[in-house]
Design a protein around this ligand. Structure first.
Ligand SMILES: Nc1ncnc2c1ncn2[C@@H]1O[C@H](COP(=O)(O)OP(=O)(O)OP(=O)(O)O)[C@@H](O)[C@H]1O
Length: 303
């Protein structure tokens, strides 16, 4: 469990995190979303004591991170994948980390295996690709077998196999009852990985909900219709002169309708004995829901 209460961080005149409160529950993956500069990384740094709050508190499993006895066993974090000496090998980097935390060397080999780095473990980290560096950052986060994982943009730079691997790993860690928090700007990936989302905008929480509820709150408002008599049905609908009605063709035997409910279309089809092969209201994607919510929250926008 990660709990923030009235958490605030100011850098000079910039309020990066502004009186934020949330609870991040164990046993699920929570996605941290928000436009650039919304305060996600700052919040994550505050969670692991890399920065001090201006006011308010954030605790991990009920204690401040700085007060935890075995921090790597409590919280694993990936905050800056580039923070490794380039002349070191992955194995020596992880060994050094392990040694300072009383973690046995056997665990180093385990996490190298788990993150697919065993074959390159003795190579200089300076020669690693972005994706390999990300894997090493994840290996370091897993080293203490922590109950809480905090990962800032963990799929940044990974190829599709790597992205899938991170998704499966995080789902697995959550299924073991761990608390998993990740930030990402990749909405389709987040939609497949997270159970719950917290959206920040200009340092404040603008949404905190299960992902299905978050997406369900925004309707795309269109209905997909497929029928061998699509043209006839479309003209009947347009003849009803409904305000806001827009039909867009979807191939020969279908169209997307706005301004009608599925029930409206079904009633017209039934009245004229038109065979229907599909009548499906479209729900918004996570990306649509996110863009709708954060439209007014972006700090940097193109004019
Ligand atoms: N060390 C710092 N000194 C001054 N300002 C900072 C510092 N760190 C962050 N900020 C500012 O605080 C705000 C929040 O930044 P933060 O990096 O937390 O956002 P973010 O949501 O992680 O953004 P991104 O998606 O771009 O990573 C921004 O306006 C940023 O410029």
């Amino acid at each position: 469990m990660i709990e923030a209460r009235g958490l605030t961080k100011q850098y000079g005149s910039t309020t990066a995190v502004d009186d934020v409160s949330f609870s991040i529950a164990p046993g699920q993956v929570t996605g941290f979303l928000g436009p650039n500069g919304a305060g996600k990384s700052t919040s994550m740094r505050l969670m692991v004591g890399l920065d001090r709050p201006t006011s308010g508190t954030v605790t991990v499993n009920g204690a401040k991170y700085a007060d935890t006895a075995a921090p790597l066993a409590e919280v694993g974090a990936l905050l800056d994948a580039k923070g490794v000496h380039p002349g070191r090998s992955a194995r020596s980097h992880l060994r050094a980390l392990a040694a300072t935390h009383g973690i046995p060397d056997t665990r180093v080999s385990e996490v190298l295996e788990q993150t697919g780095l065993s074959a390159v473990a003795n190579r200089r980290v300076g020669g690693y690709s972005l994706g390999m560096g990300q894997r090493l950052g994840i290996a370091a986060a897993l080293l203490g077998d922590p109950q809480i994982l905090i990962l800032d943009e963990p799929v940044n730079g990974l190829d599709p196999d790597g992205v899938l691997w991170v998704r499966q790993l995080l789902r697995h860690l959550a299924s073991e009852g761990r608390t998993v928090l990740l930030s990402s700007h990749l909405m389709s990936e987040m939609a497949q990985t997270a159970d719950h989302v917290i959206v920040l905008g200009r340092g404040r929480v603008v949404a905190d909900a299960p992902i299905a509820e978050f997406i369900g709150g925004v309707r795309s408002g269109s209905v997909t219709v497929r029928s061998p008599q699509a043209t006839k049905l479309a003209s009947l609908l347009m003849n009803s002169h409904r305000e806001g009605a827009v039909l867009e063709p979807l191939g020969d035997e279908g169209f997307s309708a706005r301004g009608f409910t599925a029930a409206d279309i079904g009633s017209v089809a039934a009245a004229y004995q038109i065979e229907l092969h599909e009548l499906s209201p479209q729900t918004a994607s996570l990306e649509e829901a996110y863009l709708e919510l954060t439209r007014g929250e972006v700090e940097y926008t193109a004019s």
